[in-house]
Design a protein around this ligand. Structure first.
Ligand code: HEM
Ligand SMILES: *[C@@H]1O[C@H](CO)[C@@H](O)[C@H](O)[C@H]1NC(C)=O
Ligand SMILES: *[C@@H]1O[C@H](CO)[C@@H](O)[C@H](O)[C@H]1NC(C)=O
Ligand SMILES: CC(=O)N[C@H]1CO[C@H](CO)[C@@H](O)[C@@H]1O
Length: 515
């Protein structure tokens, strides 16, 4: 974690603002869903977990039911623990359940409110989504990018074979290479690309600055108005520094595209297509922010899923072997698997789905805000209620997914007396008009990475003094959750795999030489 909040300073300011907040707090009207008993004045503030919120919320679900609620400082939070209610509200009534909460630190002060993920419902929201949907919204639109995804993933496999100890870096570079090519027509420059480094830094800051636990200002919005010199207001300096990272992430690639366009050397991309023919300054800002939304959304999410896959493989050699037998039978060992093989590789598909289910990239999705009062199953939800879909719980529910903590791809394979369990893609990408606009890209890039990795590598626990090292499996807290750092040994799984890697490396070198 790059930043550790100063809780004591925070408390000092909180006490000062306590009375003010009491005055501005609105009382919710009508019956709300049940939940932990609020304290006078503080509401449920002390009930709120500091980390892994989804686990506490799941326990509340078990105690209070599928829909429960908590209140703090005039905000009502409704937690949905089953997909039934998430679909009924966030999807079926999408027209009123699709705004976003204001996040004082991450959104307003650092400035992530310019990106789609935090944009309130309205005209800009629709325009960002329209632009992104045109690019990658459908399977058909996604097709033209398949070569970019395939090449970047092939490069990932080759790089990993060379320096397997840099697994995480290679995963990040692969995601960065794909998304920067699509958003800006930019080819990343080697292992330590400047743009990729900036995105990764900015995303880490996004995760911390938007979380409720890390900054008091996210719980007490009034803190935003405290001057920077005020004792305990050091978060304002942090905000200014992090805003600079975000500005750099948005501005630099955009300026780069404009230079390329002026020189006539731009590779067509989301940004160059949208700027073509000249646009007004307001329009240009919207395009720049939409492009940033795209690669902010694409830089860290698939990374988490692929890290999870490598962790699961470290734990399960027997699952690798079954998948490898399938790949040898269907694809052979003369080439890497491709998207065309997907339908013929059901076990690889099952590993892919189980990867998305076992650890959610976004365990609580992203909160949705209701923009009008609504009534549902006898409850009254006031306008402004914040809805949290506990996707983690939905995908670890004993009834739909028996033995939910186990990594078991077989749950998605039909067998006598066992119907395939629900496809996690129905939930992991969120709901309604806010559903992840990058889901097609995520689907194809995570799948191809899994398939190519299985084709050539064996992933093992490291052995120290004759004992295998067990990896930690406590995933991190944040809007985007990752596996904890873990060690694994990655190597070509046999002589045939080594030959294939060499063959692919030669092919790549020849293609480069021709250019
Ligand atoms: C495995 C990978 C991914 C997962 C699990 C995932 C999941 C999600 C979820 C749960 C949301 C919030 C949905 C809601 O509010 O109901 C979301 C939003 C979003 N995702 Fe993804 N995502 C992934 C990959 C991507 C990729 C590759 C991109 C970019 C191309 C992307 C771009 C976005 C954007 C821009 C939003 C904000 C949408 C909005 O607020 O309207 N995501 N994603
Ligand atoms: C983000 O929040 C700040 C502070 O409230 C506001 O001035 C700015 O206009 C917002 N930006 C966008 C793009 O909505
Ligand atoms: C992908 O790689 C192949 C072979 O190395 C090359 O011919 C092709 O131009 C590349 N395509 C893209 C979109 O980078
Ligand atoms: C989907 C899910 O996990 N639903 C559970 C929510 O909580 C109720 C009450 O304990 C359970 O019965 C549901 O199975």
């Amino acid at each position: 974690m790059p930043y550790s909040p100063n809780f004591v300073d925070g408390i000092a300011v909180v006490v000062a603002l306590y009375i003010v907040s009491r005055l501005v707090a609105k009382k919710p009207v009508g019956p709300l869903p049940p939940g932990p008993k609020p304290l006078p004045l503080l509401g449920n503030m002390l009930d709120m977990p500091q980390s892994h919120e989804w686990k506490t919320f799941a326990q509340w679900g078990d105690r209070f039911g599928d829909i429960c609620s908590v209140s703090m400082l005039g905000n009502t939070y409704v937690i949905l623990n089953s997909s039934k209610h998430a679909f009924a509200l966030l999807d079926k009534k999408s027209a009123i359940y699709s705004s976003r909460p204001t996040i004082p630190m991450g959104g307003e002060l650092v400035g992530w409110n310019r990106t789609l993920v935090l944009l309130p419902y309205g005209n800009n929201f629709r325009e960002y989504r329209r632009l992104i949907f045109q690019l990658i919204g459908s399977r058909k639109n996604m097709e033209r990018f398949q070569p970019i995804v395939d090449n970047a993933t092939r490069d990932f496999v080759l790089d990993l074979a060379q320096t397997p100890e840099k697994l995480v870096k290679h995963i990040q570079n692969c995601a960065g290479a794909i998304i920067l090519m699509m958003s800006h027509g930019y080819q990343i420059q080697g292992e330590n690309d400047q743009f990729v480094a900036t995105v990764d830094e900015a995303m880490e800051q996004f995760a911390v600055s938007t979380s409720a636990g890390a900054f008091m200002a996210n719980i007490f919005p009034a803190l935003v108005h405290v001057p920077a010199w005020f004792p305990g207001a050091s978060f304002k300096k942090t905000a200014a520094a992090w805003r600079a990272t975000l500005d750099e992430m948005c501005d630099k690639p955009h300026e780069w595209v404009k230079k390329q366009m002026a020189a006539g050397t731009a590779i067509p991309s989301f940004t160059s297509d949208a700027l073509e023919g000249g646009v007004t300054p307001e329009r240009e800002l919207l395009i720049k922010n939409a492009a940033s939304s795209l690669y902010a959304g694409g830089a860290d999410t698939t990374v988490s899923a692929i890290q999870t896959f490598y962790l699961a493989m470290t734990l399960h050699p027997e699952i690798q072997e079954r998948a490898q037998a399938e790949i040898e039978r269907v694809v052979g060992m003369d080439r890497l698997p491709s998207a065309e093989d997907r339908d013929n590789l059901p076990y690889v598909e099952a590993i892919f789905r189980e990867t998305l289910r076992w650890n959610q990239v976004a365990p609580l999705a992203v909160p949705h805000v209701l923009i009008e009062d609504d009534v549902y199953e006898g409850y009254h939800f006031p306008k402004g209620t914040i809805f949290i879909a506990n996707v983690w719980k939905m995908l670890h529910n004993l009834e739909t997914y028996p033995d939910p903590l186990a990594f078991n791809p077989d749950r998605f394979i039909a067998s006598p007396g066992h119907a395939p369990e629900v496809d996690p893609r129905e939930m992991v990408f969120g709901f309604g008009r806010r559903i992840c606009p990058g889901l097609q890209l995520a689907d194809s890039s995570v799948w191809i990475t899994i398939a190519m990795s299985l084709a050539v590598f064996r992933v093992e626990k490291p052995v120290v003094n004759g004992t295998p090292v067990e990896p930690d499996t406590e995933f991190t807290t944040g809007t985007v959750s990752h596996p904890p750092p873990f060690e694994c040994v990655v190597k070509a799984r046999n002589a045939k795999a080594e030959a294939l890697l060499q063959h692919v490396a030669v092919e790549r070198a020849q293609a480069k030489a021709q250019r």
